[in-house]
Write a protein that binds this ligand. Structure first.
Ligand code: GAR
Length: 197
C-alpha cells in the first residue's frame, strides 16, 4: 500500500512541487494533500495544477492550540500517514509533534546541527566555513533537531552572498528531499548524501 503523504508549505512551494512530481508511478508514497498556513502561498496553485488536493489552515488571529487542532483534523480526515514540512514557517508544538512521532520530515537550509532557525545562509557566511548545505531530518519537539536522514553540501565561494548561496542550494534541496522521502518510505537506513562542486 502506498503511504499517504501531506506536504505543508507557507510560500512558493518549490520543494513541494519536486516531492509531488517524485511520487509518481510505483513510488511508495502518494501526494494526498498540500496544506498551507498562508492563504496567499503561491504553492497552493502549483499543487492544484498538479492535481493534489489543497487545504488552507490559517494560524492568524487564533491560539496556536486551535490552529494545530484544525491542522491535525485536516490531516486525519485525509488519512495522512507521513507529513513533509517544505518551507512551512510555523514551529509545531511538542504536543502536535508527539501525536505524529517519527512521521514528520523537515528540510532545513543548513548543515544541521549548525545554524538552526532563520537566516541560515547569512549564519553560514558569517561563520567562515568553507561549505554550506541543507538537511532533511525527522522532526522532534526541539526546533531544527531530530535524527538526520540526509544532507547536501555545496562549497562557499569568494563573493558569495546569502542570496547567492540560497540560489545555489535550492536545486540541491530539490534533489535531496525526494531522495530522502523515498528512502524513508522504503525503510532504507543509510543516510542520503549529495556533494556538489
Ligand atoms: C527552502 O529553502 C527551505 O529549505 C526553507 O524554506 C525554503 C522554502 O522554499 N525552509 C526553512 O527555512 C524552514 N525553517 P520553497 O517554498 O520554494 O520550497
Amino acid at each position: 500500500m502506498r503511504r499517504r503523504v501531506a506536504i505543508l508549505i507557507s510560500g512558493s512551494g518549490s520543494n513541494m512541487v519536486r516531492l509531488i512530481e517524485s511520487m509518481a508511478g510505483d513510488h511508495p508514497g502518494v501526494a494526498a494533500l498540500a496544506v498551507s498556513n498562508n492563504p496567499e502561498a503561491a504553492g497552493l496553485t502549483k499543487a492544484e495544477a498538479l492535481g493534489v488536493p489543497v487545504a488552507i489552515v490559517s494560524h492568524k488571529g487564533r491560539p496556536k492550540a486551535e490552529f494545530e487542532a484544525e491542522l491535525d483534523a485536516v490531516l486525519r480526515d485525509a488519512r495522512i500517514e507521513v507529513i513533509c514540512l517544505a518551507g512551512f514557517m510555523r514551529v509545531l508544538s511538542a504536543g502536535f509533534v508527539a501525536r505524529w512521532t517519527g512521521k514528520i520530515l523537515n528540510i532545513h537550509p543548513s548543515l544541521l546541527p549548525l545554524f538552526k532557525g532563520l537566516d541560515t545562509h547569512a549564519q553560514a557566511l558569517a561563520s567562515g566555513m568553507a561549505v554550506h548545505g541543507c538537511t532533511v531530518h525527522l522532526v522532534t519537539p526541539a526546533l531544527d533537531d531530530g535524527p538526520i536522514l540526509g544532507q547536501a553540501v555545496i562549497p562557499i565561494r569568494r563573493g558569495d552572498t546569502p542570496d547567492r548561496l540560497a540560489a545555489r542550494l535550492l536545486p540541491l534541496e530539490h534533489r535531496l528531499y525526494p531522495a530522502v522521502l523515498r528512502g524513508f518510505l522504503e525503510g532504507v537506513a543509510e543516510k542520503t548524501v549529495i556533494l556538489e562542486g
